[in-house]
Design a protein around this ligand. Structure first.
Ligand SMILES: Nc1nc2c(ncn2[C@@H]2O[C@H](COP(=O)(O)OP(=O)(O)O)[C@@H](O)[C@H]2O)c(=O)[nH]1
Ligand SMILES: [Mg+2]
Length: 282
């Protein structure tokens, strides 16, 4: 897997993503939004990120859209918002996010020269279904010692029509399988809202290419004995058409859970992916 290509669109706003601001004692928050043809939703999602609130609380904040080679106006909307874009190589949410994690984790290593301010990574779908307003609440959980936080749609309120019956049953079954295989309590393993302590994320050697990413994240973190917790989140109906094909994807997710359980935690972070061709944006 080669690296993707970051595209810094933050020139007009130096505190936006792509920059490495002065280290903050509270820490640095990096928010990733995986997006494939989300022209209708991405603008709203970016607007809803409570950046000013986080900065007022003493955090520095970067927002990166991880673009899966969108062919609609997604990139144009992002450019107008001032956020940064990481354009992935190839296809698949898993591929894109792994490339982006690698790139950012590595460039942050270089940027703070080992001084290591606390870092917190977020992943949030860009389709308008997940609540960016919850980022500070997730951050609190990380700051108080959790390594991985998942937003559970089954513990919060789900809007009518937000999840089909098939997906509801599938998500329940996959979460039960995850609990069984890894012995960790989870109600929504397929959620699209995650938060990580950066050191924990660095330790995970992920292999997923597509929508099996969440299963890989969960299984890897569980096998590393990370402190994993869930917080309730509300789930809204999607803006724009879905990219996921339910049954086939469900099967791939189940397979990933089994594979991860059988293969155990991958050991070295070096294996995360081949060195990225991407250059830093500083
Ligand atoms: N970077 C990237 N993002 C993707 C890709 N495929 C889907 N996404 C994004 O991943 C998120 C989840 O996809 P979605 O179709 O909403 O799946 P669902 O919510 O599980 O039905 C959305 O924000 C998509 O835009 C891809 O190949 N690359
Ligand atoms: Mg979705």
């Amino acid at each position: 897997m080669g690296g993707g290509q970051p595209e810094d669109t933050s020139a007009r706003n130096p505190r936006v993503a792509g920059q490495h601001p002065q280290p903050s004692p509270r820490g640095h928050v990096v928010i990733f939004l995986p997006a494939l043809n989300e022209e209708r939703a991405i603008g709203h999602v970016l607007q809803r990120i409570p950046k000013a609130q986080l900065e007022a609380a003493g955090y520095t904040v970067s927002v990166w859209v991880v673009d899966g080679n969108s062919t609609d106006r997604t990139l144009e909307v992002i450019r107008k918002s001032g956020a940064s874009v990481f354009v992935q190589t190839g296809r698949g949410k898993g591929n894109g996010m792994r490339q982006a994690f690698d790139h950012l984790l590595r460039s942050r290593d270089r940027a703070d020269g080992g001084s290591r301010e606390p870092e917190f990574y977020f992943m949030l779908d860009a389709d308008g279904t997940y609540p960016p307003e919850m980022v500070p609440v997730f951050l609190e959980a990380l700051a108080s010692g959790q390594d991985v936080v998942l937003g559970s749609r089954f513990l919060g309120k789900m809007a009518e029509g937000a999840m089909t019956t098939l997906n509801r049953v599938g998500n329940r079954v996959l979460s039960a399988l995850a609990r069984l295989l890894f012995g960790v309590s989870v109600t929504d393993v397929c959620t699209g809202m995650w938060a990580f302590n950066a050191d924990t994320l660095r330790e995970l050697s992920l292999e997923a290419r597509g929508f099996d990413l969440e299963a890989d994240l969960f299984g890897s973190a569980a096998l590393k004995e990370a402190r994993i917790t869930e917080l309730p989140i509300d789930y809204a109906a999607r803006i724009g058409p879905p990219k996921l094909i339910p049954l086939r994807t469900g099967l791939k997710i189940a397979l990933r859970l089994f594979k991860r359980r059988l293969n155990g935690p991958s050991t070295s972070p070096e294996h995360r992916s081949k060195p990225s061709r991407a250059s830093t944006t500083t």
